[in-house]
Design a protein around this ligand. Sequence first.
Ligand SMILES: Nc1ncnc2c1ncn2[C@@H]1O[C@H](COP(=O)(O)OP(=O)(O)OP(=O)(O)O)[C@@H](O)[C@H]1O
Length: 333
Amino acid sequence: MTTSLVELADVHVVHKARSDGLFTRDHVYALTAANLTIAPGETVGVVGESGCGKSTLAKVLVGVQRPTSGTVTHRGADLWTMPPAQRRAALGTGIGMIFQDPSTALNRRLTVRQIVRDPMDVHRRGTAAERQARVTELLGLVGLPKALADVLPGQLSGGQRQRVAIARALALEPDLVVADEPTSALDVSVRAQILNLLLDLKERLGLALVFVSHDIQTVRRMSDRVITMYLGRIVEETPASDVLDRSRHPYTRALFSATPGLLDPIDPIPLTGPVPSATRPPSGCPFRTRCWRADVTCAAAMPEPRGAGGHVYRCHHPVDEEQSTHDLVQEVS
Ligand SMILES: Nc1ncnc2c1ncn2[C@@H]1O[C@H](COP(=O)(O)OP(=O)(O)OP(=O)(O)O)[C@@H](O)[C@H]1O
């Protein structure tokens, strides 16, 4: 019996690089050797700088991005070796996806009712009357008045559009929802409402939630577990309660030290130099070119995963668990 909803094993995604709209001979290493398990009911936050592969990871989890190599297992079945019809059924019903910008993710010519009903139509779920009843139920679940069922997305506010997208993602009762930057296109004033809605739905429906965001304080508050990515690699998985002051990867510490809103503000750990290109990642540990602890070992090989109990990190010179981030700021300067 399997206990995971989705499992990635040694997943790589390599794209052909583009330059001025043309493909070049270079390759972009968008995701490298990713191993990840999503369990029922948990909330997993994914953090990292722009271009580190967060969206690629989200797309692999929901099956819209086929890995270049490695396996993606959904409830114990290998997604990319199953027949296409079975894969479509597995993906369509088991996982809901919420995208960054609801104004582009929703078909402008369909009414709210048609948008929310669409997954049920595609997967032939229930009778016409049952689908109508489910649309009404879903609108209620996401806090939209029934009166909005027959309007077009263009007549809604950004927050209302994202509620429609959430209703659609829930239409087939998935047990996992993947939300890629679900609030970054919204006004600051409605972001908290949408986040609270997601948390509330997760509790009420017992969903697992994978939440990708630049806003790492929100990720920390919402998640059970935080995944840190750097240049296509998962470099650490930390219980969210430990991520600020007990994470072991220098990059996770640096990332979280730089965010405003901490109760006890600290000077951020300074990171120098640019993020290397994903077409030419450094040998060994990808973070070594910006890491104050790096030495020749780090250039020689990517560290093997270490740790246990839901806290796994890949670093040759991990931060001591007891070492405070304040201490690290001193260590760097
Ligand atoms: N279809 C594609 N073709 C070529 N390169 C791509 C493609 N999709 C993504 N990439 C590249 O892969 C890398 C990872 O991209 P991805 O969108 O997953 O990062 P991200 O962390 O989600 O970034 P952001 O936070 O800016 O959305 C980047 O270097 C990106 O430019």
